[in-house]
Design a binder for this molecule. Structure first.
Ligand code: ATP
Ligand code: MG
Length: 571
């Protein structure tokens, strides 16, 4: 068996799961964000895949396989070649045709359905695949959590009416609960933003843990939970201070552009500053105002702009709009020069603040919203466009924050893809309509990493039995003693015959080395066969989660092991 366990931790491994997956010989890095899964790692991935497949089939979804290599034209039809930007791996083939390596497969599956489904009688249909996906992530890290090639289960449902989609969405939602539970994960479900997918409604399944890259925002009573991209906040109450009485006053701030630098120089606080950010959306220029201690949430801003794809403006555009170098943009005198000005509630609630002066090396003090820059107008909106922060409330309840790993997400897509790719059907009255779609993704590799992240100790992995590479390990302590080796072999065969996933450690190694490895690779049950106990007619059985072992007569060892495995599975 090829299980290359190692003591050294790779220098690029930041998370516990990444470290343990390398140390336990589950995987090896090939290049940034790409990994070879070794026998143990692949066995676990296959177990996750089997659980996912079983639950998807039970839910009435049907498995297919689509190509990872996809023509760019399909992506151009939906505009997502632009939305995915550099995250999409692109390549030109020998005939000069441009292709992508699919980061997901809405386009391909909708193209399929467009060609095959003609009538409402053929609907609904829910198709899924379990296949490699490619994303040229800006910063691949944390091993399988953010890699450039990973296995995803992606499902796509097609419906004749929204009610039918609602039904399948609920079935998928429940199916996800079953899947993650069977994988032994503790998870939370949060409202999520639709992002590049588009559509109207989405939930994310997240495993809370310290090293997660996602932030879950929730209220203590459980009445609200959303991811940070989505989390809404209550508008802040209007501030009443004396500052607003003074006249706006320009101050010289040479080479001082950042919020921190301005605060230090003018002895003010970020919360008393207005940040002015300039975005572009195709030919439009948009100004967004948030408080100095807040950050623009691009997802929320996109929503306010009706779903337009936005990007931070480049230096040239900023200088053109503000007439100043980057770092000195401000809300005064800017509204007329841009397509839209979107003001966060918290800015509108300020009594007065410090802003850029739209003049290189200058800021303005005592700027009063509504007096020194407009809060109303044809191209002006006040909206919630920032990330929630500590201290915010929603529906009057305090918001709490927690880190987590996103393992799956479900979306109601609507007709965005079916309209653009012509997936239409004739309804009962002979009218042509676009199919209504849902899509449902699960990150297979992330499930493994998340499971390890929440279940390990200083000695190694502690697998949930359902996705452990092996259920039992038989550790033969005295391989050189034929009687001991014979007992170990005998129990091994009995377990094999009972369809137990069993690993026999018959290496010529000291007991200590074998115990260390068994703990590191995290097999849930260990049967220890050593000279001393065999002489008394016994073996030792120990759970990975417990320190103490139980002494069991040799002839009962196999049955007792099966009993333990069954009770672990039931839990
Ligand atoms: P993220 O926000 O973490 O980048 P995403 O929301 O873009 O992920 P989806 O498009 O929803 O991802 O993809 C479905 C699932 O695929 C995710 O829930 C996640 O489990 C998994 N996944 C996405 N990107 C990666 C990646 N780079 N490496 C491993 N798994 C990933
Ligand atoms: Mg997602």
């Amino acid at each position: 068996m090829f299980i290359p366990t190692v003591k050294e931790v790779p220098s690029d491994a930041e998370t516990i799961s990444h470290k343990l997956m390398v140390r336990a010989g589950l995987m090896r890095k090939v290049a940034s964000g790409t990994y070879t899964y070794l026998p143990l790692g692949w066995r676990s991935l296959l177990k996750v895949i089997e659980i996912v497949r079983d639950e998807m089939n039970k839910a009435g979804a049907q498995e297919i396989l689509m190509p990872a290599l996809q023509p760019i034209e399909l992506w151009q039809k939906t505009g997502r070649d632009v939305d995915y930007g550099e995250t999409m791996c692109r390549l030109t083939d020998r005939h000069g045709r441009e292709n992508v390596l699919g980061p997901t497969a809405e386009e391909v599956v909708t193209y399929l359905v467009a060609g095959e489904i003609k009538s409402y009688k053929q609907l609904p249909v829910n198709l899924y695949q379990i296949s490699p996906k490619f994303r040229d992530e800006f910063r691949p890290r944390f091993g399988p959590i953010r890699s450039r090639e990973f296995i995803m289960k992606d499902a796509y449902s097609f419906h004749a009416d929204p009610k039918c989609l609602d039904g399948t969405y609920k079935v998928m939602y429940d199916t996800y609960c079953h899947i993650f539970k069977r994988c032994g994960l503790e998870y939370v479900i949060v409202e999520a933003e639709v992002g590049e997918m588009g559509g109207s409604n989405s939930h994310q399944f997240t495993v809370p843990c310290e090293s997660g890259e996602d932030t879950i925002v929730y209220t203590e009573d459980g009445s609200y939970a959303a991811n940070l991209e989505r989390a809404a906040v209550d508008p802040l109450p209007k501030q009443k201070t004396e500052d607003g009485r003074q006249k706006a006053e320009e101050v010289h701030t040479p080479n001082i552009g950042s919020i921190e630098a301005v605060c230090a120089f003018l002895k003010t606080k970020p919360k008393d500053m207005v940040k002015t950010l300039i975005y572009t959306a195709q030919n439009d220029t948009i100004v967004a105002l948030v408080r100095g201690d807040h950050d623009v949430n691009p997802e929320k801003l996109t929503q306010v702009l009706g779903g337009k794809h936005i990007e931070l403006a480049n230096e040239a555009t900023i200088e053109k709009v503000t007439g100043a170098k980057v770092g000195f943009a401000g809300p005064m005198t800017i509204a007329d020069k841009v397509s839209r000005m979107i003001i966060d509630y918290a800015v509108a609630a300020m009594a007065a603040g410090v802003t850029g002066a739209n003049k290189t090396d200058y800021h303005v003090k005592n700027v009063v919203p509504g007096r020194d820059f407009p809060l109303e107008g044809d191209n002006i909106n006040i909206a919630d466009i920032r990330y929630a922060v500590e201290g915010d409330t929603y529906n009057g309840k305090k918001l709490l924050f927690k880190k987590g790993i996103e393992v799956g997400q479900v979306f109601k897509l609507g007709t965005k893809y079916s309209e653009k790719l012509g997936a239409k059907f004739l309804d009962e009255n002979g009218h042509e309509k676009p199919c209504i779609m849902g899509c449902y993704g699960i990150g297979i590799n992330r499930i493994l990493a998340a499971a390890i992240e929440i279940s390990n100790d200083k000695n190694g992995i502690i697998w949930p039995i359902s996705i452990a590479p092996f259920e039992v390990i038989i550790t033969c302590v005295n391989q050189d003693d034929p009687e001991v080796a014979g007992v170990a072999e005998d129990i091994y065969k009995k377990l094999l015959n009972s369809n137990i996933d069993v690993l026999l450690d018959d290496r010529d190694q000291r007991g200590g080395v074998k115990f260390k490895d068994a703990d590191l690779i995290g097999i849930p049950v260990r049967v220890t066969v050593g000279r001393k106990s065999v002489a008394d007619g016994n073996v030792e059985i120990k759970l990975r989660t417990e320190l103490k072992s139980q002494t069991i007569p040799i002839e009962k060892a196999a049955n007792k092991t099966i009993e333990l495995i069954n009770s672990l599975k039931e839990n």
